[in-house]
Each structure stands twice: as structure tokens, then as C-alpha cells.
Write a protein that binds this ligand. Structure first.
Ligand code: MRU
Length: 353
């Protein structure tokens, strides 16, 4: 398994996902500003990974604090929560992790803990969030493997792998779980324009694991499904609304519609922290718009004419009617999702954000 993010002494290190697979470079974050920049610029990306990173970032920010009294320490902590909460809007795991850290902080503050105790408490909670994420992915793998036939050609979009989590992956967790359970699996990885998470990251990590992987461009998915070469689709999610609508990497919606047209099962794999019961439908999910350069350029090469108008929504919302089942660490949830998901999330209904 790849070390997506880890403590190195008092610093946090992560592999620079913008540079993979050409270069395996590690970025060291020494303070909370470094962490915010790493999330915003996508050194680290993927919904669960950015949640884990934010939690670790809050522990790092606390550890670096020179505050002597709890009043100043609390103000700094709140500012750090705001800073990290403003990095990326779509993946709910980021806000879930910040909320968990806030609750840990409040519990300590309420108990009258010292600055030192609070620092320790935040580090413990961040480590717990990290370790729980790996455990969730493994359980998603076991739950998802049961849905994979003995021999299967599986299409996935974007990267919902070890790199997008604290380890093992969600959609790729299902694939890894199926392989570990003895299924003969072949993966079709959509390249995932414009950031190319599929071609660069999914192919890289699956090939490292020796899993049969074929990269296709996004516009090939329909023809390959029509040819009968896809048995099931599994993708990750950035936010799942209470009715089962979900946001994931741009292009997921197209794949879901194509899967339905061809009678192919379409699964969403995500930890319960991705289920946002406070958002009733997909219409309420904020969609991040990223820089035009991601579209006009491939790497450093400009492919669109200078001055061309560009749209770059980073995510789309797939209506729940296209989803066969949602695989979480707690089980496999089937339609009607408004009923099955009601007790599946870890967000409180009344959570204040
Ligand atoms: O913009 P990204 O790379 O952070 O988007 C990632 C995705 O859309 C993933 O599919 C999603 O976060 C699930 S990762 C387990």
C-alpha cells in the first residue's frame, strides 16, 4: 500500500499527486498553511484523503502553536479550521473531518485541559481519523467484493484508490477486495480529463499491485460497454446526498447514464463520512470550478487557442436513479436510498456547519 500521507517526525509528508506517475516526489508540510496549499493545489486529492489531511493539518497547526493560554490557542484553532474549510468545497469528508476535530477540541476545552493536553488530544483524534479511514476502505473492499462475479471487467472513473484515501481506496478498494477474494478482474480506467487522475494515478497504483489495467479515454466508455466488455462500474464519491444523488469527478454522470443504457450495474463505493444527510438532494451539493488552464493545457502544452472560453466544473452530480447500490464500510445500501441511507451516515442531521 502506498503512503498517501504520513507523519515524519513533527512534519507531514505526502506524495505529490500532480507529478505522478512521471516523478515520485514527496512534499513536506511544516505548518497549517502548507497543508491548506497542498489541498488547494491538489498535491493531495480525493475526498477521504483531503479529510484525513485536514485533520492532520489541524493537529500540526496546534502542535506548532506558541500560545501559552487556552484563549489564544482556541482562536488559532478556529482560524485554522476556517482556513482548511475554504480549500475545496465539494468533498464533504473535509468538513466532516474538521467537525470531528472541533468536537474533540470542545470536549477537551470543556474538561478544562491545558494547551499541552489539547495538542495531544488533537493529534490522537487526527491519527484515529487516519486509521479509521484505512479500516473503512478495507471493509468497503470486503463488502464490495461480494458483488463482483468470478470473472469481471470493471470500469472506473477518476482515482478512488489508495492515493485518494489514507490507504487501500474505495472504488479501488472494491477491486482490491475482489482480487484478494480470488476473482479474476480486469480494470478499465477512464483517463479522466482534465486532471487525468485515471490515466496517471489509477493506472499507476493498480499496475504497482499487478492488477490487469487498461487505460481508455473518457469518450471510449460507451463503445466499450456496447461491445459487451464491461461487467460493472464502480466509482468513488465526494458527497452523497440523503436521497442517494452523489457528486463525483466530472464525467461520472456520463458513465452512469451509459451504464444504465447498457444494463450494466453501477456501484458507488465510499466511507460513511461521505454521506451527507444534511443535504437532501444533489441540487444542494456545491460544485467546484477549477482554473481554465487545466482544460486549455495538457501538462505544460497548450492545446486550445489563446483566449478560448473555457468551462471547468470539477465534479458532476449523478441522480440516484442511475445507482445500483452504495457500498460503505457498514454494508451495501440499495434503493430506495432515502430509506436505506437514513441510518448509514455518520453526520448528525442537526450538524451545524
Ligand atoms: O478532484 P479530485 O481528484 O479530488 O476528485 C476526486 C474524485 O472525484 C474521487 O472520485 C472521489 O474523491 C472519491 S476518492 C475515494
Amino acid at each position: 500500500m502506498l503512503p498517501t500521507i504520513a507523519w515524519q517526525g513533527d512534519d507531514i509528508v505526502m506524495v505529490d499527486q500532480r507529478k505522478l506517475p512521471a516523478d515520485e516526489i514527496y512534499v513536506t508540510c511544516k505548518n497549517v498553511n502548507d497543508i491548506a496549499k497542498a489541498i488547494k493545489t491538489m498535491v493531495i486529492r480525493g475526498a477521504p484523503a483531503i479529510g484525513v489531511c485536514a485533520a492532520m493539518g489541524l493537529a500540526l497547526g496546534a502542535a506548532r502553536s506558541k500560545a501559552t493560554g487556552t484563549k489564544q490557542f482556541t482562536t488559532e484553532f478556529q482560524k485554522n479550521c476556517e482556513l482548511l474549510g475554504a480549500t475545496r468545497p465539494t468533498a464533504v469528508n473535509l468538513f466532516w473531518a474538521i467537525e470531528r476535530m472541533k468536537r474533540a477540541f470542545s470536549a477537551g476545552a470543556l474538561a478544562g485541559e491545558s494547551v499541552q493536553d489539547l495538542k495531544h488530544r488533537l493529534r490522537t483524534e487526527a491519527d484515529r481519523i487516519h486509521d479509521e479511514d484505512v479500516a473503512s476502505c478495507r471493509a468497503i473492499g470486503v463488502n464490495g467484493a461480494a458483488l463482483v462475479p468470478a470473472e469481471a471487467s470493471i470500469l472506473t472513473h477518476c482515482n478512488a484508490g489508495a492515493l485518494a484515501t489514507a490507504g487501500y481506496g474505495t472504488a479501488l478498494g472494491v477491486i482490491r477486495g475482489a482480487v484478494e477474494a480470488g476473482r479474476k478482474v480486469r480494470v478499465l480506467a477512464d483517463e479522466t480529463r482534465p486532471f487525468l487522475q485515471g490515466a496517471r494515478l489509477t493506472a499507476w497504483e493498480l499496475m504497482k499491485d499487478g492488477i490487469d489495467t487498461t487505460v481508455i479515454t473518457d469518450n471510449m466508455a460507451g463503445a466499450i460497454m456496447k461491445a459487451g466488455d464491461v461487467d460493472l462500474v464502480v466509482v468513488g464519491a465526494d458527497r452523497i446526498a440523503a436521497n442517494g444523488d452523489f457528486a463525483n469527478k466530472i464525467g461520472t454522470y456520463t458513465v452512469a447514464v451509459l451504464a444504465k443504457e447498457h444494463g450494466i450495474p453501477f456501484y458507488v463505493a465510499a466511507p460513511s463520512s461521505t454521506i451527507d444527510l444534511a443535504t437532501s438532494t444533489g441540487d444542494g451539493i456545491p460544485i467546484e470550478e477549477r482554473h481554465a488552464k487545466e482544460v486549455t493545457h495538457v501538462g505544460s502544452t497548450q492545446i486550445a487557442p489563446e483566449g478560448a472560453q473555457v468551462r471547468n466544473p470539477s465534479f458532476d452530480v449523478t441522480p440516484h436513479k442511475y445507482v445500483t447500490a452504495i457500498i460503505t464500510e457498514r454494508g451495501v445500501w440499495k434503493p430506495p436510498f432515502i430509506e436505506s441511507l437514513a441510518n448509514a451516515g455518520t453526520w448528525d442531521r442537526d450538524l451545524v456547519r
